[in-house]
Write a protein that binds this ligand. Structure first.
Ligand SMILES: Cc1cc2nc3c(=O)[nH]c(=O)nc-3n(C[C@H](O)[C@H](O)[C@H](O)COP(=O)(O)OP(=O)(O)OC[C@H]3O[C@@H](n4cnc5c(N)ncnc54)[C@H](O)[C@@H]3O)c2cc1C
Length: 501
């Protein structure tokens, strides 16, 4: 939208969104002497960005060259062209995250988890750290990393205007960004940016028009914020940005309980271990996934951020998606082991969107969890063929007795037979933590233009237009990128003079 002044308010750097990416950009630009203004569309006291739902993992390259090779291999699987300068900037800057956090006083620990795709070269040049509880604003609950970053911004007295929604980017006749048109309590304000605007407004998890149009399957249920409505995508498009990664996301199978009042999805805890994999010191209880024909179709649980890729296929003749929903079938031991959904992060975590009873009894009573005595009864509850499910359970149990999954090669340590007579079931849907699509960025965190080169004075950070494509490198890919590109965007926006681009 063309507008070069006058403005209702002007700052050097205007940051859109107060998640991890926006905060790091704001803190960095502020520490370099820029006058920073953050616009956040949610209210202050019930602010729920994705960053607050997160578990706090962030990946760290331990060898930059080999991490670059891993990132290139991830892109190559999907035939995607690599921007070498961008990938190197990602590897170098994410490798610098631990030192930045140490310098600012955020405690974190190395979990020993490596890059997710073990068959690709360089996966072991990535390790995953986790933020530990530390300083945070009074009353804050949620991910320790986000609490810590809020503390950093508050200590600096960085101005955040709450309840202000950025609607459109303002540009001059050459297309260079001059500021933002925002809405506050029904009023329109024009906010000028002397040096640049940083788009850090998250993805489009809660924008059904965009998820339906761009993601390769519908529905997809995300288990975090309901406030990321793709505003950054729409603003960037109008300013001439090139889009990328709109059709991919790091995904898995998620449960959903809309009667709870929370209309997103929620991750599941397959083993009752309080983590993605089984607990190291105990044999996991019996659990399998089956499709609409009541058959298993992959080694459970599948890759943590890529299991959804196995359920996208459509039966073209039958015009159905046989794996949507997928059915999670489990036994009494799993029901008794722990909550079926994680309570350390996500909607049933500290943000408290979803109350979950410790023994799963309340959810059973409400009919959210299906129960049947014997394979035929649980199959009937799920609308599956009883004979097919009985045969699937018998075959899976035979694999367990043999100590090897002859069908899908599931990890033998998890081959615990399903013990009847009572079985439980939940329908699972394609879902995940966040979208990746949005405006493409370069190694300087500048948004790239469809005409080539950058959209002048426009920067981006965070999950909006993430550099991760079809394959997510490891748990913690997003927060690492928020920190790294938040700093790059903050640095370059603070140094930018608006006329020079
Ligand atoms: C349950 C869960 C667990 C996760 N765990 C991890 C993990 O351990 N490690 C990891 O790397 N990733 C994890 N993720 C993903 C990660 O949390 C997010 O991708 C990341 O925090 C995104 O940060 P962000 O700053 O880009 O966006 P957000 O944190 O979502 O912040 C965006 C902000 O922009 C605001 N906004 C939106 N539109 C506008 C507008 N028009 N004007 C002004 N403000 C606007 C929003 O209200 C929001 O406050 C997890 C996600 C979930 C849901």
């Amino acid at each position: 939208m063309f507008h070069t002044g006058p403005f209702d308010r002007t700052a050097d750097v205007v940051v859109l969104g107060y998640g991890d990416a926006g905060i790091v950009a704001a803190v960095t630009a502020h520490d370099l002497g820029a006058e920073v203004l953050v616009l956040e569309k949610q209210g202050r006291y019930d602010h729920r960005p994705n960053s607050r739902y997160a578990a706090g993992f962030f990946l760290v390259p331990t060898d930059v060259d080999r991490a670059v090779a891993y990132a290139e291999a991830l892109y190559a699987v999907n035939g995607e062209t690599v921007d070498p300068a961008l990938i190197r900037a990602w590897a170098e800057e994410t490798a610098a995250n631990p030192a930045w956090l140490d310098e600012h006083g955020c405690a974190h620990a190395d979990t020993g988890i490596l890059g997710e795709h073990h068959i690709l070269p360089g996966h072991d040049a990535i390790t995953v750290h986790k933020a530990l509880p530390g300083p945070r604003p009074a009353g804050y609950t949620g991910c320790p990393m986000h609490g810590f970053l809020r503390h950093l911004a508050e200590r600096r007295d960085i101005e955040v205007r709450w309840g202000v929604r950025a609607r459109w980017l303002l540009t001059d006749a050459s297309g260079a960004v001059t500021g933002v048109l925002a809405e506050h309590e029904g009023r329109v304000e024009r906010i000028g940016a002397r040096r640049g605007v940083v788009l850090a407004s998250g993805g489009f998890e809660a924008a059904p028009d965009l998820t339906t149009q761009y993601l390769p399957v519908t529905p997809v249920h995300f288990y975090g914020t309901r406030h990321n409505t793709g505003d950054g995508v729409r603003m960037a498009v109008e300013a001439g940005a090139e889009l990328w990664h709109m059709n991919v996301w790091p995904g898995h199978f998620v449960a959903r309980f809309p009667d709870s009042g929370y209309d997103g999805g929620t991750a599941i805890d397959l083993w009752g271990s309080g983590r993605f994999g089984p607990a190291p010191d105990r044999r996991p209880p019996g659990s399998i996934f089956v499709d609409g024909s009541a058959r298993r179709f992959q080694a459970e649980p599948g890759p943590q951020h890529a299991a959804h890729l196995g359920l996208l296929a459509m039966d073209a003749a039958g015009l159905s998606r046989p794996r949507v929903p997928t059915w999670w079938i489990f036994d009494q031991a799993r029901f008794d082991a722990a909550t079926l959904v994680p309570t350390y992060s996500g909607p049933a975590g500290p943000v408290g969107d979803l109350e979950w009873s410790p023994g799963n009894e309340e959810e059973l009573r409400r009919g959210w969890i299906l129960m049947g005595d014997g394979p035929a009864e649980i199959a009937e509850q799920c609308g599956l063929d009883p004979d097919a499910l009985e045969a699937t359970i018998a075959r899976y149990n035979a694999h367990c007795a043999a100590g090897a999954d002859a069908d899908f090669g599931r990890d033998p340590a998890t081959l615990t037979p399903l013990a009847g007579p009572r079985y439980y079931a939940l329908p699972l849907w394609p879902g995940g933590s966040h979208t990746l699509g949005g405006p493409r960025r370069d190694e300087h965190a500048r948004v790239t233009s469809v005409r080539g080169g950058p959209v002048r004075n426009l920067y981006s950070a965070g999950e909006l237009g993430s550099l991760h494509g079809l394959l997510y490198p490891a748990g913690g890919g997003s927060i690492a990128e928020c920190l790294a590109f938040g700093r790059i965007a903050g640095r370059n926006a603070a140094a930018n003079m608006i006329t020079g681009g």
